[in-house]
Design a protein around this ligand. Structure first.
Ligand code: ASP
Length: 334
């Protein structure tokens, strides 16, 4: 099942949960049984390892293949993310992404390597692989973020081709949306998702990437969390990494991925850190019933975690030769 479907199926009604100071204080009591989504196991201690948001087996398989051949986690991240960017059927990443409310497909992406270097492009049009342009920004310029036209011009100057990213299916969806033109990015939770990927290579080095077309029918110029260091992605090769999906505004306000890495630095497991980061959003935004956020994380030992506000978030994990989509545990069990 594709990522959009997960969001569409998300049950977002009924809360009745007190908001506490941390998630540990306010977490619903029910525990997962064998049939329900489970907290992602923290007994995994081996790498190499690839983990990505949502159900993206082709992407994780590509990343694994790259690592298996002996290449770096950074190469794996780039090539893994490129798979989804090139998938015209995916309406939230790369070509085929749903446009902004003016009908323009604008892409955000970032990448971060084991040295803690970072590159990003925001609101870039007409280039299928923003993750690769982000890597070029990181490696070939003295800057970390390029935006809009400048990002596109830079991409073309280093050899990327301009292409029309608005597919027939996405154009049709936009035409249908225009009939009402309701600007409700918060409650249209089915209209956003993204791919965030973390990888540990055979040397134990960690890299990460994040790539998205952002909220569908967003205001022109809107940038979400995905390309912003510390929000949509953060890597510290001594500690671990984290990445986010969901309503970017909420992730930005809590600097979620940086928070998770810092919590792991202080001794939390990746699972505990993801839960705490979701707890910060719950505490800050009483309207959490209206949107979804999900985090995945990995630490230096190859332990992983994942957690979301609502049901139906999942991650794909490639480890020990197995490529598995795993349902996330979640906060809102009411
Ligand atoms: N986080 C992305 C954004 O807000 C969207 C997503 O994850 O679906 O742009």
């Amino acid at each position: 099942m594709k990522r959009r479907k997960f969001i569409q199926n998300a049950s977002l009604s009924g809360i009745g949960i007190a908001v506490g100071s941390t998630l540990a204080n306010c977490k619903p009591k029910e525990e997962s049984n064998g049939e329900n989504p489970v907290a992602f196991s923290s007994d995994v201690t081996k790498y190499p390892l690839v983990i990505a948001t949502w159900n993206v087996p082709e992407s994780t398989a590509k990343a694994w293949e790259v690592i298996d051949e002996g290449s770096s986690a950074l190469d794996a991240i780039e090539q893994g993310c490129m798979v989804e960017e090139a998938n015209e059927k995916g309406q939230s990443v790369g070509i085929g992404g749903l446009p902004d409310r003016d009908g323009k497909v604008t892409l955000d992406a970032c990448i971060m390597n084991k040295e803690g270097n970072y590159g990003a492009v925001v609101c870039m049009q007409n280039i299928v692989h923003p993750i690769s342009v982000a890597r070029k920004v990181m490696e070939d310029t003295p800057h970390v973020i390029l935006a809009g036209k400048g990002a596109e011009q830079f991409a073309v100057s280093v050899g990327f081709k301009r292409e029309d990213l608005l597919t027939e299916a996405s154009r049709k969806a936009w035409e249908e949306w225009k009939v009402k033109s309701e600007y409700k990015p918060i409650i249209n939770i089915e209209n956003h998702d993204t791919i965030g990927m973390l990888a540990i290579d055979k040397n134990g080095d960690i890299s990460g990437g994040c790539t998205t077309s952002g909220l569908a029918y967003k205001m022109a110029g809107r940038v979400g969390d995905s390309p912003i260091i510390g929000s949509g992605l953060f890597i510290d090769n001594e500690i671990g990494g984290a990445t986010a999906t969901g309503l970017g505004e909420e992730v930005l306000k809590t600097v979620g991925s940086f928070l998770i890495v810092e919590l792991m630095r202080q001794g939390r497991t990746p699972q505990q850190a993801c839960e705490e980061a979701i707890g910060r959003i719950i505490k800050k935004s009483p309207n959490y019933n209206d949107f979804q956020v999900g985090y995945i994380a990995v630490n230096k030992d190859g332990e992983t975690g994942m957690y979301s506000i609502h049901e139906h978030f999942s991650a794909t994990v490639y480890q020990n030769g197995e490529n598995t989509n795993i349902k996330s545990d979640f906060y809102n069990k009411s």
